[in-house]
Design a protein around this ligand. Structure first.
Ligand code: UDP
Length: 246
């Protein structure tokens, strides 16, 4: 039987396709339900495993999307397969599409000033019916409540927050506790990609599921962050063994 939630090292992932995620999100937009969307990759799962506060934040999410092939592989290993990977970047594109069709209010917050400007240009060109209610770069004191007020006052239907984890989820949790409607989602480095500052891997690399390798070669500084992957797989093997011996 297909599970609607799949537990991976304590994180309950929603086992939906990209299309299903977007259908649900669209419905919640139209019914003005407040929504905390998280897209979690192995790094995030491992971070949550070692940080209770961050784990508790993730538990507040309405949806957790399986971001990356590592999560999908783990789900297979655990005998509860997830249907497909749902990259955060693609969810963002889908939401922009919906926002364009339905002329929604969108706020963009995060990334470097220049990157953000380029992102906004791109959005204006590609999705001209989106009502961009505001934008702000991501280099300010994230504990400053003023920024929450600023965003809140523009009444966005969707807020894209690109600070990288765990910063973005912390900010979103505080923001959502003060508003009554809207989707908020942490999109990590997605503005860097959308703006063209960082290139996405070529299609063939994507289809072989070796984007991680491509990124590592392009940006060797990511090595330290990626070192978490083997550890993640090791933990998944351990969880698998434990479950089998019960
Ligand atoms: N970023 C930001 N404010 C910060 C730190 C990072 O807006 O205080 C942005 C950064 O410019 C980039 C995105 O967050 O666009 C993701 O950054 P990074 O790749 O360092 O974070 P990760 O995704 O690795 O957590």
């Amino acid at each position: 039987m297909m599970q609607s939630k799949v537990m991976i090292l304590g994180i309950p992932f929603d086992n939906m396709t990209r299309k299903e995620f977007l259908k649900n999100l669209n419905e919640r937009l139209n019914t003005h339900q407040k929504t905390f969307l998280v897209t979690a990759n192995p790094e995030i799962v491992m971070y949550a495993k070692n940080n209770k506060d961050y784990y508790d934040l993730l538990m507040q999410a309405d949806y957790i999307a399986p971001d990356g092939i590592g999560i999908v592989k783990a789900s297979h290993k655990l005998g509860t397969p997830i249907q497909e990977r749902v990259p955060g970047f693609e969810l963002m594109l889908g939401l922009l599409e919906i926002a364009d069709l339905e002329k929604k209010n969108v706020y963009f917050i995060g990334a470097k000033e220049e990157t953000l400007e380029l992102t906004i240009e791109k959005v204006k060109n590609k999705w001209p019916h989106i009502n961009i209610v505001g934008y702000h770069h991501g280099y300010f004191d994230h504990d400053d409540p003023e920024m929450i007020d600023r965003v809140k006052n523009t009444h966005p239907d969707i807020v894209f927050v690109a600070f990288g984890f765990p910063r973005q989820e912390k900010w979103i949790s505080r923001y959502l506790s003060q508003v009554s409607h809207g989707i908020a989602v942490g999109v990590g480095g997605s503005f860097d990609v959308l703006s063209g500052k960082t290139k996405r891997a070529p299609k063939f690399v994507q289809s072989f599921h070796i984007e991680w390798l491509y990124r590592l070669i392009k940006q060797p500084s990511r090595y330290k962050r990626m070192a978490v992957l083997p550890k993640f797989l090791q933990e998944v093997y351990k969880q698998n063994k434990k479950e089998k011996s019960l």
